[in-house]
Design a binder for this molecule. Sequence first.
Ligand SMILES: Cc1ncc(COP(=O)(O)O)c(C=O)c1O
Ligand SMILES: N[C@@H](CCOP(=O)(O)O)C(=O)O
Length: 471
Amino acid sequence: MQYVSTRGTAPVLDFEGVTLAGLASDGGLYLPQEWPRFSESEIAAMAGLPYAELAARIMTPFVAGSLSPDELQDLCDRAYGRFSHDAVTPLVQLDQQHWLLELFHGPTLAFKDVALQLLGRLFETFLKRSDDHLTIVGATSGDTGSAAIDAVAGRERIDIFMLHPKGRVSDVQRRQMTTMRAPNVHNIAVEDASFDDAQAMVKRMFRDPAMNTRFHIGAVNSINWARLMAQVVYYFAAAMQLGAPQRKVAFSVPTGNFGDVFAGYVAAKMGLPVERLIVATNVNDILHRALANGDYSAGDVTPTASPSMDIQVSSNFERLLFDCGGRDGTALARQMDGFELERAMRLTDAQRTGASGLLTSARADADAMSGAMRWAHDRAGQVIDPHTAIGLHAARAAEGIAPDIPVVTLATAHPAKFRDAVERALGTRPSLPARMGDLFGREEFCTDLPGEYDAVAAFVADRATAASPAT
Ligand SMILES: Cc1ncc(COP(=O)(O)O)c(C=O)c1O
Ligand SMILES: N[C@@H](CCOP(=O)(O)O)C(=O)O
């Protein structure tokens, strides 16, 4: 399988190449040159497979030429062996039509583990092969950071520098990152910054030859194609349990950086009968505005009780615009350059029409979010986290979905990661699973830095030098 950049000028790479590259050298994001497709009978034949086997089957076409089927199966067995639920991503029924897809049974209690447990092992395999070293620089609004750190802490040939906006992640999220003591892990709290600011610095570092040539910068954010590839699997797993390929299924996805919902779009491209993908945002609603009326303009980020979705510049939206807009890298590069200058752009007619076939959107404010939490609790005895609640609100508000089509809301985080918000809505405080151990008794390791690119780059250069000699 070969991969092309959304901006048209970066070299075409194979799976190993895109996994280690992260962001394309032209600033774009990598996508498969064409979508692999399963027939109805091929999908039916995968029903009932254990998750790790299903994962290997779904991902095989994407890794062709870089990993043998046995190598991929072994990586999946090891990655999904770390989940605390046998089904890895179990479904829970809420009422006749609504379901939750629980994606938080991995080591750090959020959906990011599904992809990052695999990605850590992919890095290790490919770096060993090429005798290389990777300096991962990532941005997090809370969940990617802990999942990535768990996935690579202590691994040889990797350093990880994780930037989070200081004071804008939950206590549990912060401690999951900062209490991980390993020589290759470096936490940075960026002062007076949003996730968008941190993400912009990370992208700049990829395009800074002084940094990328010297340190081989790598990505754990969903700009890395391998992240999305692994997330495609749970759409298949859920839909097949609910009757696919004979029956269509709709999904509601709490959305920030557009990675999770884009994985659903990929599943549909691969032949999964997806009725609809509902893009659910909090009040940071750039994606809702873009899909509803073509207005992709970023305002300031408003801090909310669903901090992991407090994002305005949504990286993976570029992948959708490229694919729906006719895969014209030159035109998209121009459009994205305009956005980077103005922080605003209009979607083209082709992009809007292409997206509207599958995607609708909804926005939930704080009251709607709490209302959905209470509904899940009172109706089905389920305690859900604020991000999941935004998805559930959008799922229940969606119009025009026939009553016999199951609507699955992606439950993206364990409620205990956001105990204060859950307590405010429900009056009960969810406890952390025992496997989190003494999270609140451990020492924290983190450096505060001003939100300036040069300060962050200097910090990375200082610490990455010893482990990553200049090439
Ligand atoms: C708990 C949770 N829900 C939803 C999201 C949004 O997912 P995405 O950024 O893939 O749209 C995130 C962060 O990415 C998250 O951490
Ligand atoms: N919500 C995310 C933001 C980063 O998104 P990613 O999926 O691109 O890594 C987080 O928890 O950090």
